[in-house]
Design a protein around this ligand. Structure first.
Ligand SMILES: NC(=O)c1ccc[n+]([C@@H]2O[C@H](COP(=O)([O-])OP(=O)(O)OC[C@H]3O[C@@H](n4cnc5c(N)ncnc54)[C@H](OP(=O)(O)O)[C@@H]3O)[C@@H](O)[C@H]2O)c1
Length: 307
């Protein structure tokens, strides 16, 4: 595409990095519910780059900026390209200690993990309520959630179907790593309380089985559907234990919340060792095979894309 063919916007950004998220993998392989709402379209739901030109007075050439969600890579040309053109209202200047690269090492996955921690804490999550379960723990959201929670002093139980990566998860700060089977979850409407809360990337039966084990006033952030979109539960954990099920939606987070989370990622939620999550740096030609590997559960951590 030429610049004038890109989706409309008042700021042109030279993309330094984007990242490969579950949604991108679905978009570029066409698996599941369609992600891209039109073609041709550049995929890539997040990007970090440098302002090339701007008709918006808030942005001047040379400024380092990031964007995630807002329909990027779904309805608006996204980050898997050398340039993106987007409305200034969607852009944020890089905050705190973030670099263009570390911003996309976090990317949508890190943003979403941080959003979960933020929502849980403003809803009263405390260390003394017990360990936090992170499901789909080797994935982008899961692995960063493990690290963020551990860095904030929580005990973390990482749940992963891949025992070969359990040592890596312990290294990131998980105090315990288990397969779903090793968790030994029950199937009654209320079970013995064992967990302070959860960040759930998997959905389906696993989410349904976690809720009855959450302590009074604990929080469960529902992030993903890697294992299934539907789940059946009872209201008992909510009405008898005050458990909260919190939504975490990165694509359409309101701008003030988005700025707050990125500010925190550049500041108090910034884990200094973010490079440990970057298991792959790829060019555009490697996006599709890497997406297939992600969907086949062959990746761990984060793949960043350098257009
Ligand atoms: N709500 C939002 O705004 C938002 C933002 C980003 C992502 N998400 C969602 O969050 C989830 C994780 O995204 P991601 O980018 O971190 O993806 P990812 O890197 O592919 O991680 C997903 C992890 O889930 C586990 N998993 C995969 N397939 C599974 C299955 N069939 N059954 C059970 N577990 C399975 C795997 O962990 P183990 O092998 O370790 O078990 C995998 O590493 C996705 O569902 C994605 O759509 C939502």
């Amino acid at each position: 595409m030429n610049l004038d063919e890109l989706s409309a916007g008042d700021v042109v950004v030279r993309v330094a990095y984007s990242s490969l998220n579950y949604k991108d993998a679905r978009a570029v392989t066409g698996q599941g519910r369609p992600i891209m709402r039109r073609t041709p379209l550049n995929a890539g739901i997040d990007l970090a780059g440098v302002v090339e030109s701007s008709a918006d007075p808030r942005f001047t050439p040379g400024m380092r900026v990031i964007a995630n969600g807002m329909g990027l890579g779904e309805a608006h040309d996204g980050g898997f390209a050398e340039f993106a053109r987007l409305p200034g209202d969607w852009l944020m200047p890089l905050a705190g200690t973030l670099t263009l690269r570390s911003a996309m090492a976090f990317g949508t996955a890190g943003y979403t993990a941080a959003l979960c921690v933020h929502r849980m804490e403003i809803n009263g999550q405390r260390h003394d309520m017990g360990p936090i379960v992170v499901t789909g723990a080797t994935g982008g959201v899961g692995s960063i959630a493990v690290r963020l929670l551990a860095a904030r002093g929580y005990q973390v139980i990482a749940v992963s179907g891949r025992p070969e990566h359990h040592a890596w998860l312990r290294d990131l700060g998980a105090s315990d790593v288990r397969t779903v089977e090793q968790l030994g979850l029950g199937d009654k409407p209320l079970e013995r309380t064992r967990f302070g809360g959860a960040i759930d990337n998997v959905g389906g039966t696993l989410l349904a089985q976690l809720l009855p084990h959450i302590v009074e006033w604990g929080n469960v952030a529902s992030v993903g559907l890697a294992g299934g979109a539907e789940f059946a539960t009872s209201v008992y954990p909510f009405i008898l234990r005050g458990v909260s099920l919190l939504g975490a939606s990165s694509a359409n987070s309101p701008m003030p919340l988005r700025r707050e989370i990125w500010r925190r990622l550049g500041d108090d939620l910034n884990v200094a060792d973010i490079e440990r999550f970057v298991t792959k740096e790829i060019g555009l030609d490697q996006v599709v095979p890497t997406a297939i590997a992600l969907l086949d559960r062959q990746l761990v951590g984060r793949a960043i894309v350098r257009p």
